[in-house]
Design a protein around this ligand. Structure first.
Ligand code: ADP
Ligand code: MG
Length: 460
């Protein structure tokens, strides 16, 4: 739908995207991470005109929540970034004319209920605009096969890998491909978080029957970020039953997670083994050529004139994940349009220098992490790795676990081994403890972040 914008509109949109990135970064100190992830990041900049900026919310729940709690904060910050008083307008994601009529929304009456139309896929993601490479070949092939013949081949299909590598994209592409062929096909896309929220809502409002009917009326069930419900017993139980019900009827199930089934440690063993029963495929960081191809594709979609050598410069400079890569392209094109410059290698280099100097740098190793934590907490390295349960020592240990996991992304088991063969669940709890504390305690949060920053020697 953005293609209909005139060039000026497009420039405004690019500018708004830039402002939005800055805003999200600036809100890191004001809005807890969970809320940012859940409610702010899903908002999509849609346009900017005069004194208003428009955003699209993926569902009623997010829309209401943002309106209730964050609208003032957003307006203030966006106005600040833009240097002009700006009103924020929120709109609900609309599906295009080809309304998938038999989607969940119409299967279940929505009166007083949650907004079920939000189980719809995001139509900006397709197989066409997904770039295949060695790093995602199996996942891509699995998803294509599922879209071509749901419920017949890989069931369930389980895709895992770190954030920002295209899992959500692939899941939505399945839905969109199926709906393109048959707009009435009952497909549901939802995150496990949403599943949990709808489930709790249903419990509280005596709507559990409706909830079950909705979840179970689909032929293709696409569940994103299942790691979210690890440790949530009742939701897992419900998920388990939904899973069995759908599978018993030969319905297609596709799941995504940030880690493989065996590493979903707080997940019920029955669920884990079911997740593993079909095809399990991972996505990895694409190689430089594939990253370059992704950039060129994005540029084409956005109407950004990007030359191959400029794309290559960005692709070589940014090795974190695809989301970062896209952000770099947005920054580059915003910079070019603001200063009225062509997109050159030099400009790309400048953007890299300014914003991404530390990204993709060599990761610090475990000993360096321990040394840094020891310095910050004034607890000896040996004690951090030792067995003492004294509060300050345990705190330092938890912090070291947190930093190790953040930096290395290693499995809990592996981290447990680094800390002297400790149990993986205690590693996980240590991590959670620090994360929760950081949400409440700004000072701790700042000091942990500084510690991580300092561990990258060439960071800006
Ligand atoms: P994940 O769900 O794994 O965290 P997403 O699917 O949200 O990642 O991907 C992040 C961004 O990167 C999205 O905008 C997506 O379109 C883009 N992306 C990731 N991988 C690819 C790819 N292979 N081709 C094109 N775009 C990609
Ligand atoms: Mg995702």
């Amino acid at each position: 739908m953005f293609e209909q914008f005139s060039f000026e509109d497009h420039a405004e949109l690019i500018e708004l995207r830039r402002i939005w990135e800055e805003t999200l970064a600036a809100l890191e100190d004001q809005v807890p991470e969970t809320a940012r992830e859940r409610f702010l990041k899903p908002l999509r900049p849609a346009g900017m005109e005069g004194d208003s900026a428009q955003f699209i919310a993926p569902g009623q729940f997010v829309l209401e929540w943002v309106k209730d709690k964050y609208i003032d904060t957003l307006q203030d910050e966006i106005s600040k970034q833009r240097g002009r008083r700006t009103k924020v307008e929120l709109k609900l994601e609309q599906s295009e004319k080809t309304e998938p009529a038999s989607n969940l929304a119409s299967v279940v009456s929505t009166s007083n209920g949650p907004d079920l139309s939000a189980f719809r896929a995001n139509n900006k993601y397709s197989f066409d605009n997904f770039v295949q490479g060695l790093s995602n070949r199996l996942a891509y092939a699995g998803c294509r096969a599922v879209a071509d013949a749901p419920g017949t081949k890989y069931n369930p299909l389980f895709i895992y890998g770190p954030s920002g590598l295209g899992k959500t994209h692939l899941l939505n592409a399945i839905a969109n491909e199926i709906l393109r062929r048959d707009p009435r096909f009952p497909v549901a896309y939802l995150t496990a978080q949403r599943f949990a929220e709808e489930f709790v809502y249903a419990l509280q409002n005596n709507r559990i029957e409706q909830f079950r009917r909705a979840q179970r009326s689909v032929s293709v069930w696409l569940l994103d970020d299942v790691q979210f419900i690890a440790g949530k017993d009742r939701t897992q139980e419900e998920l388990f039953h939904t899973f069995n019900y759908l599978q018993g009827l030969g319905k297609q199930i596709v799941l995504c997670s940030d880690r493989p089934p065996r590493d979903l440690l707080l997940m019920d063993e029955r669920l884990r083994s079911r997740f593993e029963a079909g095809l399990v495929a991972d996505v990895q960081m694409p190689d430089t050529e594939t990253r370059c191809a992704i950039l060129l594709k994005k540029a084409e979609i956005e109407g950004i004139p990007l030359d191959l050598d400029v794309a290559m410069t960005l692709a070589e400079g940014i090795t974190g994940n695809v989301r970062l890569l896209e952000g770099a392209l947005t920054k580059l094109s915003a910079q070019a349009s603001m200063e009225n410059l062509p997109l050159t290698r030099d400009l790309a280099q400048e953007v890299l220098e300014r914003h991404y100097k530390h990204v993709g740098a060599v990761k610090p190793n475990f000993d360096q992490i321990l040394t840094a934590v020891a310095r910050t907490t004034r607890i000896e390295k040996e004690e951090i790795r030792g067995l003492s349960r004294k509060a300050p020592i345990a705190h330092a240990r938890h912090m070291a676990v947190y930093v190790t996991r953040e930096i290395t992304g290693d499995s809990w088991k592996h981290i447990g081994a680094l800390f002297g063969n400790r149990d993986h669940t205690s590693m996980m709890h240590g991590y959670k403890k620090i994360r929760d504390m950081m949400n409440r305690d700004k000072e701790l949060s700042a000091s942990v972040k500084a510690l991580i920053r300092d561990l990258y020697p060439d960071s800006a």
